[in-house]
Design a binder for this molecule. Structure first.
Ligand code: ADP
Ligand code: MG
Length: 486
């Protein structure tokens, strides 16, 4: 008997191609010296170039080009030595020039692939372009407002082949790309501020058939929304086709609140934008020396770091994956490791203690350094490994650090008198005192009542004010017992 199939979805393949816009962390805009910072007063960061005032001329931002090269080298793209800036024309109030400067048939980067959990998702191209401004539609007001601060800020558009197999893979691709650009330091990855926005092209087809007609979903600003939108769109297309209707090429807007999409516009093609080479900008030339310089400055990427944590530090694949899931988590771990070289212990502390606090407080994993600093974590585990504090005290010290009641474990330990007593002679005297004070019980223990050992350990701990290592106390008692039993 064959398993029952859901009537439609199982007979269809979903195909997704993504265009992800990555906002670059440059100080100034792509073609003007205006700041490209986020959140400033409206229209404060607008240069004559951004609004194409007569006589103004664009000058490419070298830092943005370096960032493009960094991403291209990390993803194995081919670097075009002469790429071309083109004007893409359309009318919209947030586009003051009447065109966007982008790259069309000669982008700076081609090919390459994004590694997504071990699978390589092929890229078509990555190009540089400028962002548009923002239209603000104020609630209850019969007007729209325009903020051109974002106009001209640098973006990389990362275009994948139609090679993603559905919502889940699209979501993981977005996350992998985000981790990567953050690790490279070329984008802050801030989804709430729109630092990464995806357009999803979705089609469905029968297995083995040619690609189906695609629909483009605009401006998905988180991996989660991307997955929801793709899922919904694939279902919509399957329903249309199953009902005998054709898919119409269109651009749709995802409404996250309603969980549905609506049509923005139908069919637009490249010719509609009247692309032509920007006459104000010469071809962008990339030299071998520039590529070599950017390559030499590339940081270790998350996948390489994960492999190194397993191979060189002996961590489990699972721990290494957690520690490299966010740049800040890896930085905390590596910073602590520089202070104290016990990788496995530190991995456990980060995973079981630090991330537990982050979760309990409902914080983003990237905020780990707010819970504890790298030097403090290293010093704490060092105190524990040296036997200066007990495991229980280590947890108490961590709680102090995590709640901001101190930043230096050594000062916390000494300030609270939590350091374990290392003076064995003094401890031996205390053991002798406790035995003398409980002579009858001691004789029973010597006589074979082993259960009483715990009582003596506890009594010695209590008499020393809890500042001794229970393991040492136990050892001293065992020695005394062996002597007494002859
Ligand atoms: P445009 O620039 O007009 O949006 P492109 O042809 O450059 O169009 O394609 C943009 C994106 O659409 C790419 O990511 C590509 O992989 C994807 N794509 C193209 N055809 C399909 C299809 N049939 N199904 C899904 N995605 C597609
Ligand atoms: Mg597109």
């Amino acid at each position: 008997m064959t398993a029952a199939r859901t009537p439609d979805q199982a007979d269809w393949q979903i195909v997704v191609g993504l265009e992800v816009h990555v906002q670059l962390l440059t100080n100034s805009k792509l073609f003007s010296p205006a700041p490209s910072s986020y959140g400033d007063r409206a229209n404060e960061n607008v240069d004559v170039v951004d609004v194409a005032l007569p006589g103004s001329l664009p000058v490419p931002n070298a830092a943005a080009v370096d960032m493009a090269l960094a991403l291209g080298l990390a993803l194995g793209c081919t670097v075009r030595r002469h790429s071309v800036f083109a004007r893409k024309h359309y009318f919209y109030p947030d586009l003051p020039k009447g065109y966007q400067i982008s790259q069309f048939d000669a982008p700076i980067l081609e090919g390459g692939a994004v590694p997504v959990d071990g699978r390589l998702v092929p890229l078509t191209r990555i190009h540089l372009e400028e962002d548009a401004g923002k239209s603000l539609h104020a609630e209850g007001e019969d007007a729209s407002f325009l903020d051109y601060n974002r106009a001209g800020t640098p973006l990389l558009e990362v275009v994948s082949e139609p090679a993603l197999a559905g919502a889940d893979e699209a979501e993981r691709y977005f996350r992998a790309l985000r981790r990567l650009v953050m690790a490279l330091g070329i984008c802050d990855g801030n989804l709430a501020e729109g630092s990464m926005r995806a357009d999803a092209n979705v089609s469905v087809r029968r297995p083995g058939a040619a690609l189906g007609q695609r629909v483009e979903l605009k401006n998905l600003n988180s991996p989660r929304f991307l997955a929801l939108a793709v899922e919904h769109e694939a279902r919509r297309q399957v329903a249309e086709l199953s009902a005998g209707r054709a898919i119409v090429q269109q651009t749709r807007q995802w409404d996250a609140d309603r969980g549905e999409s609506r049509v923005l516009r139908t069919k637009e093609d490249a010719e509609d934008y009247r692309y032509f080479e920007d006459p104000d900008l010469p071809p962008l030339v990339v030299t071998e020396a520039q590529i070599a310089r950017v390559r030499a400055a590339l940081p270790e990427l998350p996948d390489a770091k994960r492999d190194r944590f397993v191979q060189a530090l002996g961590l489990s694949a699972e721990d290494a994956a957690v520690l490299t899931s966010e740049r800040e988590i890896a930085a905390l771990f590596e910073g602590a490791l520089a202070v104290h070289g016990n990788a496995r212990a530190l991995a456990n502390w980060v995973k079981n203690e630090v991330l537990a606090v982050v979760n309990a407080r409902g914080l983003e994993p990237s905020t780990v350094a707010q819970v504890v600093s790298a030097p403090a974590l290293g010093a704490l585990v060092q105190l524990l490994d040296e036997g200066a504090i007990s495991g229980k005290t280590a947890k108490d010290v961590f709680a102090e650090l995590a709640s901001g009641r101190g930043t230096d474990p050594v000062r916390i330990v000494d300030g609270r008198g939590w350091r374990l007593q290392r003076d064995d002679a003094a401890l031996a005297r205390t053991v002798g005192d406790v035995i003398a004070a409980n002579a009858a019980d001691w004789q029973k223990l010597v006589g074979g009542k082993d259960k009483l050992l715990g009582f003596f350990v506890g009594a010695v701990m209590k008499k020393s004010g809890g500042t001794v290592d229970p393991k040492t106390v136990s050892r001293l008692l065992q020695e005394a017992l062996a002597k007494a039993r002859g």
